[in-house]
Ligand binder design. Sequence first.
Ligand code: FAD
Length: 444
Amino acid sequence: MKVAVAGAGWAGLAAAATLSRKAISINLFESSKQLGGRARSVTDGEWFIDNGQHIMLGSYHHTLNLLSSFGVHERKVVRRKLLQLEMHANNSNTVTLKVPNVAAPMHLLWGLMRAKGLDLHERGTALRLGARLIRNKFNISEDLPLEKWLLQNGQTRRLIQFLWQPLCLAILNTPIKEASTRVFLHILKKNFGREREDSDMLFFLPALTDCMPTHAKQFIEQHHGKIHLSQRVTGLAIEQNTLTGIYLEDELQPCEQLILATPPWVTKKLLAQHEATRSLSHDLEQFHHHPICTVYIQYPDTARLGTELIGLVDSIGHWVFDRGINGQPGLMAVVICGPGKHMTMDNETLAQTVMHELSDFYPNWPAANCWRVMREKRATFGCETAIQSRRPGPKTPVKGLWLAGDYLNTGYPSTLEGAVKSGIMSAKGLMAEYGLNSPARATP
Ligand SMILES: Cc1cc2nc3c(=O)[nH]c(=O)nc-3n(C[C@H](O)[C@H](O)[C@H](O)COP(=O)(O)OP(=O)(O)OC[C@H]3O[C@@H](n4cnc5c(N)ncnc54)[C@H](O)[C@@H]3O)c2cc1C
């Protein structure tokens, strides 16, 4: 059985590793020169940085289990911290939500009850919603744009501004006026509905490529898989509704099973070439994408946030990460989620604007030494209400052709966990359908 995986982002790597574990030798074709897709580290001049600042949550069980199956201890790749949201506005208004180390879901209610910077009425309003969500198991009958749903549920403008909007951008990278309430609540349920540890923030320690892709590569190769970099899949060979091969540039490579783990905008084009997959391709055409921009600013070593992460309200920058935790003292990563004014600014103007904003909050910091702007125009798909019914599962109408990627119907928005879960779902679907679910071969 010739099994191929196209695309070595976190979805493709998770799929390839899952197949490898069951003694299925795979060929993984990746168009770029490196692994990791949108979650990778890059060299840019003298900088070796992540393609964009990433964070995980304690509820990312598929990703954490995958890492553990590679023999990687969580402590080697991430540092866990109790959830703490510290939102600063430049008029000295600050709201801090800190969950205590008590059992879920009490920790959420306790955190809301003790939130600093909210008045009694605001705390009561947020608390009542939290309690109702827990009672209803975070379910709603009809999906609505998040802002509309929050207003219907009595949330004040200030609560939205300081609490719900930042969370919405962080989780869905989609403007709150359009974002899907159902997906948002699904994530709240994953984080607050089960174990306290699920709501932890997990800060990556090594460079992103060394957190998962490098370990996945090692695991796949130890299990006789082959990884081919700079190999672009340009077409699919389909005969009588059955996959017979893939085209690498113009060369046909026979294969019986393919997990297509390319991003939706590439998958859409590959699927449009065939009658059998045209309607799937049409669904993918309905997706649109939102950017994430990370401005890395290197200050002298003495500059410290005082915590790993803060949020900014009504600023161009949304989140500031202190990379001191990564052994990079003085390096700040300012993340700008979704579309906005920054998109029309050139890099120099954007970096200066962000540095100016930071100087309002940290007036004693010394001047920055240098900066880099990383823009990913298609960082995530827009997680709106309308798109949810268009998200496909891993199985396609073509025998032997499977999909993986963060856009699949996993319940998650565009995230590392969604990507990894989709890859595992796809590999398991393939194995189940073809009776390949044989016992794992021992690691050499
Ligand atoms: C700046 C930024 C910040 C983010 N922050 C977070 C975060 O904090 N937490 C979080 O959970 N998620 C975050 N995300 C989202 C997360 O990175 C993505 O959801 C995830 O990486 C998507 O993985 P994927 O494998 O589905 O797709 P991709 O990473 O896009 O992988 C697809 C792969 O296919 C390859 N490919 C494309 N075309 C072809 C072809 N024709 N043939 C072969 N290979 C091909 C690509 O080169 C790529 O390697 C962020 C994303 C960005 C960009």
